[in-house]
Design a binder for this molecule. Structure first.
Ligand code: CUA
Length: 299
């Protein structure tokens, strides 16, 4: 959050910095005064009782009014910052991207093009995308600190958020609301790219991946159907795997996407991500090898 890449995140960081600055000045002032008074007016041998003072109306008004005014200013600035990032949208507007929290991964859909992916969100730089945040099960929270505000994903209720950046890059995010065992492994990768690259990515996602017609990958494609992997992985129970080979990570960020790690995951998902809804199918080594070849070829 200290390195914002969107105007929304910048305004939040500015407010945070200002609040911290004010708090730091007050901390230094109070600590300094306490130290000064402790040393300057400490009891010395042979001194009697100091002068006793009971109440001082003007001082009391001052130290009540000053913090109240300070807090009022911060509240005003907070409201202003919230307004800047508010997606006031006409009710008929279709979102550019729908992001659905699941235990424990993110479904990502682009309703305008029909692209469906998971855990990675591609964004064209310089464009303001309306994101609709939903949940399939419990409350999650979508948060990519460099892009701006946090937004809860609530079952049965859609929230909205603007996603925008002018800087190409990869921005990491995570689920920010405790949602069960693997809450910590609900990572988000936002890949901001020039509009041309985004369009090319989108077109590639809409094509069927080129799977070799024989060999391990072809066998894997068959196993994928026979072992019913396809059921969960195309209807939103598990992440869509059509182009899984083109993603950077597996299991919502737990593992880098490599054939070795894919093998490890298929061998026993529960050792990689305990509690995950991906069962252990007790696949044979040959089946795992074929599935790995198929999934890694699915680019
Ligand atoms: Cu999803 Cu925490």
């Amino acid at each position: 959050m200290f390195n914002p890449v969107s105007s929304q995140a910048q305004s939040i960081t500015n407010l945070f910095n200002l609040t911290m600055l004010i708090a730091a000045v007050i901390l230094l002032l109070v600590t300094g005064l306490v130290l000064y008074v402790s040393f300057r007016y400490r009891a010395r041998p042979g001194e009697g009782e100091p002068r006793q003072i009971f109440g001082h109306r003007n001082l009391e008004i001052a130290w009540t009014a000053a913090p109240a005014m300070l807090l009022a200013v911060l509240a005003g600035l907070t409201l202003h910052t919230m307004r800047l990032s508010d997606p006031s949208i006409p009710s008929q507007t279709q979102p550019d991207v729908v992001i659905v929290g699941h235990q424990w991964w993110w479904e990502v859909r682009y309703p305008k093009s029909g692209v469906v992916t998971a855990n990675e969100i591609h964004l064209p730089v310089g464009q303001k995308l309306l994101a609709q945040i939903e949940s399939a099960d419990v409350i999650h929270s979508f948060w990519v600190p460099q892009l701006g505000r946090k937004m809860d994903a609530i079952p049965g209720h859609s929230n909205h958020l603007w996603l925008q950046t002018d800087q190409p890059g990869i921005y990491l995010g995570t689920c920010a609301e405790y949602c069960g065992t693997e809450h910590a492994w609900m990572r988000i990768r936002v890949i901001a790219q020039p509009p041309g690259d985004f369009e090319a990515w989108q077109q590639a996602q809409l094509q069927s991946p080129q799977i070799p017609s024989e060999g391990d990958a072809a066998k894997g494609a068959q196993i994928f159907q026979e072992k019913t992997c396809v059921v969960c992985h195309t209807n939103g129970i598990g992440p869509d795997l059509t182009h899984v080979g083109s993603r950077d990570t597996l299991a919502a960020g737990v593992l880098e996407n490599t054939p070795t790690n894919m093998t490890k995951w298929l061998k026993n998902p529960q050792t990689v991500k305990p509690g995950s809804n991906m069962p252990n199918f007790n696949l044979s080594d040959a089946e795992i090898q074929a599935l790995t070849a198929y999934l890694e070829a699915s680019k």
